[in-house]
Design a protein around this ligand. Structure first.
Ligand code: ZN
Length: 330
C-alpha cells in the first residue's frame, strides 16, 4: 500500500520553509533564511532565551528525523507563540535527500571544519559549499549573546545496533550531566564521549561556540513518508518539551556512557577489517583481538573489552573507518 507523503514533510525534505516563515514573522519573531533549508527564528529583546539548533538530513537517506521535525514544526506553526527558545533549523544535504542517497560526492558530516585546509581533497566535493553555508549561518545564530547554546544533529543508523538509540557527544571538557540528562529523557540508551576531531557538525558547534552538542542516532530509518513515528515517540516528546518548555529537562534513565579508545583511520587501499559494514554497532571485541590491518599498521583491542561503532572499511582513504569505544566506570 502506498501512503502519500504529507505536504509538510515534502516541503521540509526540499528545504522549503516558505509556509512556516510567515506564521512566525506575524507572531513577532525575527525570521531569516540565510540559505535554502536553513531557518532562524529569534524573538527580539530576549537575550537569555536558550538557543537551540536542530539539524536533520545531514545524511540524505536518513528520513525519519525529517518527518519528526516536520511534525514538530507543523504544530508550532499553528501556535507560534508557544516556541520558547530561539530556534535554528537545518535541512542538511538537500540534493542527496532528493536522490535518497547518503551523499552526492562526499559525506557532509566530515566537512564541518573551521580550517578549510583540513578537508584535504574533499574541498572540491559538492557538499563542501553546503558545509560552508551551514557553518556561516550557525556562526551568526550562536555567535552573539550569553544564552545557553544547544545543538542536536538528528540521524538514524544504517545498520542494526546493540543499543538502537545512542548519541555521540563531542568531549570538549566540562560537565555533560545536563546533556546526558536530556538524552535520557529522549530515550537515548548509550552515549559516546569522543574527541571532537572528526569534522562532524556537532563537533563543530561544540568546539566553536561551546554548545551542548550531540549527534543523536534515533534508530532505524525507512523510506521518506513511510517511517513508523511511534518508534521515535520518546525523542519526539523530549524535543517538543524543549521547544515549548524552553528548558532541556532531564528524565528517564541516564544513557550508558562510553568513551573512544581508538579511531580507525583508513590510510591505504590495503586497509582490511575483521568486521564490515554489516556488523552491529556496539559489538564487543575481546582484549588483544585483531581489529584491522593497514599495511604495516595493525589495530588491536587494548587491555579491556572494546565495542566497535560505525565500522565501514569502504570509506575514502584518509577517513574514519570505525570507532572503538570502552565503557566508562560509573
Ligand atoms: Zn547519519
Amino acid at each position: 500500500m502506498t501512503r502519500t507523503v504529507s505536504a509538510s514533510v515534502r516541503a521540509l525534505a526540499a528545504g522549503d520553509f516558505a509556509h512556516v516563515a510567515d506564521c512566525f514573522a506575524k507572531a513577532g519573531f525575527s525570521v531569516s533564511q540565510p540559505a535554502r533549508g536553513i531557518l532562524q527564528l529569534v524573538l527580539p529583546g530576549q537575550a537569555l532565551r536558550r538557543k537551540l539548533l536542530l539539524s536533520v538530513g545531514i545524511h540524505g537517506d536518513e528520513t525519519a528525523p525529517i518527518e519528526i521535525l516536520a511534525d514538530l514544526l507543523e504544530r508550532l506553526r499553528r501556535a507560534p507563540h508557544q516556541l520558547a527558545v530561539d530556534l535554528m533549523l537545518v535541512v542538511g544535504n538537500i540534493a542527496a535527500i532528493r536522490q535518497g542517497k547518503r551523499f552526492i560526492d562526499a559525506d557532509l558530516n566530515r566537512l564541518f571544519r573551521a580550517q578549510r585546509a583540513e578537508r584535504g581533497d574533499l574541498q572540491t566535493a559538492a557538499e563542501s559549499q553546503r558545509a560552508d553555508e551551514i557553518m556561516r549561518s550557525a556562526a551568526v545564530f550562536f555567535g552573539t549573546g550569553e544564552a545557553e547554546k544547544w545543538h542536536f544533529d538528528l540521524h538514524t543508523a544504517i545498520r542494526p545496533s546493540h543499543y538502537p538509540t545512542f548519541a555521540v557527544v563531542p568531549d570538549t571538557g566540562g560537565s555533560k550531566q545536563h546533556l546526558l540528562g536530556w538524552l535520557g529523557r529522549a530515550g537515548i540508551e548509550a552515549a559516546i564521549l569522543g574527541a571532537p576531531s572528526a569534522g562532524t557538525f556537532s563537533a563543530y558547534t561544540a568546539t566553536q561556540f561551546g554548545a551542548m552538542s550531540a549527534t543523536v542516532e534515533l534508530g532505524r530509518t525507512g523510506e521518506l513518508g513511510r517511517n513508523d513515528l511511534n518508534q521515535f515517540a520518546t525523542a519526539h516528546a523530549a524535543l517538543d518539551a524543549f521547544l515549548v518548555g524552553g528548558t532541556p529537562s532531564p528524565g528517564g534513565r541516564l544513557p550508558i556512557v562510553f568513551r573512544v579508545a581508538q579511531e580507525l583511520v583508513k590510510r591505504s587501499d590495503a586497509f582490511r577489517m575483521a568486521c564490515d559494514s554489516a556488523t552491529k554497532n556496539f559489538t564487543p571485541m575481546a582484549p588483544g583481538m585483531l581489529i584491522a590491518e593497514d599495511g604495516d599498521t595493525v589495530y588491536r583491542v587494548g587491555p579491556e573489552t572494546e565495542y566497535v561503532v560505525f565500522p565501514n572499511p569502504d570509506v575514502r582513504i584518509g577517513l574514519r573507518a570505525g570507532l572503538m569505544v570502552v565503557r566508562c566506570a560509573r
